[in-house]
Design a protein around this ligand. Structure first.
Ligand SMILES: Nc1nc2c(ncn2[C@@H]2O[C@H](COP(=O)(O)OP(=O)(O)O)[C@@H](O)[C@H]2O)c(=O)[nH]1
Ligand SMILES: [Mg+2]
Length: 225
């Protein structure tokens, strides 16, 4: 299907905050309570419409690597948006946000739009982090903020789409260099984009292959930019 833009998103945050469930809810509109810890990277993709334009969202899920904090520049490269997720029922996941943010800022394009997400809003009785605290953190660090529930789907659609709206506005304002960020990614990964959540396909070899391929295309396209 033809699209006007392709935005790469990454989802970051501590293990167990609901990153994979958020992705599954957004791409497949379903909640899978027990999610396998997969080593490697999982992809999801979905088409959305903004301002009458078809936009393909290509979403990378860290799938288990997060506990090693070994997320490298290649994971962040070309990302136009990041969903930084914590769990409102686990304060430690909120306390780790600063580290995640430093990581993201260090490895990504400075214009990357970051959406802070307080997930598991359905578990109100177990809440440890107030909504106001999330709002304050976002304000302080220039992020957008939403509380979501991957279980009930509350605000999930909005979180992904509002991030895209913000990226789209940056493109209109000429802040984003589409040639270097958005188009680059579409060249490299369009052939790999299949939601792999429901299968047990070992994606890590595929990921390695794609990184090598990405490097090749990256160098090949350098003289153009
Ligand atoms: N109640 C509730 N549980 C959730 C929600 N999102 C994820 N979970 C649960 O939290 C656990 C971790 O989710 P997962 O997506 O694997 O986290 P990840 O490690 O960040 O990818 C799983 O047992 C999920 O069922 C949510 O919004 N509400
Ligand atoms: Mg996961």
């Amino acid at each position: 299907m033809a699209y006007a833009y392709l935005f790469k998103y990454i989802i970051i945050g501590d293990t167990g905050v609901g990153k994979s469930c958020l992705l599954l809810q957004f791409t497949d509109k379903r909640f899978q309570p027990v999610h396998d810890l997969t080593i490697g990277v999982e992809f999801g993709a979905r088409m959305i419409t903004i301002d009458g334009k078809q936009i393909k969202l290509q979403i990378w899920d860290t799938a288990g690597q997060e506990s090693f904090r070994s997320i490298t520049r290649s994971y962040y490269r070309g990302a136009a948006g990041a969903l930084l997720v914590y769990d409102i029922t686990r304060r430690d996941t909120f306390n780790h946000l600063t580290t995640w943010l430093e990581d993201a800022r260090q490895h990504s394009n400075s214009n990357m739009v970051i959406m802070l997400i307080g997930n598991k809003s359905d578990l109100e009785s177990r809440r440890e982090v107030k909504k106001e605290e999330g709002e304050a953190f976002a304000r302080e660090h220039g992020l957008i903020f939403m509380e979501t529930s991957a279980k009930t789907a509350s605000n999930v659609e909005e979180a992904f789409i509002n991030t895209a709206k913000e990226i789209y506005e940056k493109i209109q304002e000429g802040v984003f260099d589409i040639n270097n960020e958005v188009r680059h990614t579409s060249l490299c990964f369009s052939f790999l984009l299949k939601p792999l959540h429901s299968s047990s396909v070992p994606v890590f070899p595929l990921f390695l292959l794609s990184v090598v391929f990405q490097q090749c295309v990256w160098f090949a396209t350098l003289p153009l930019s």
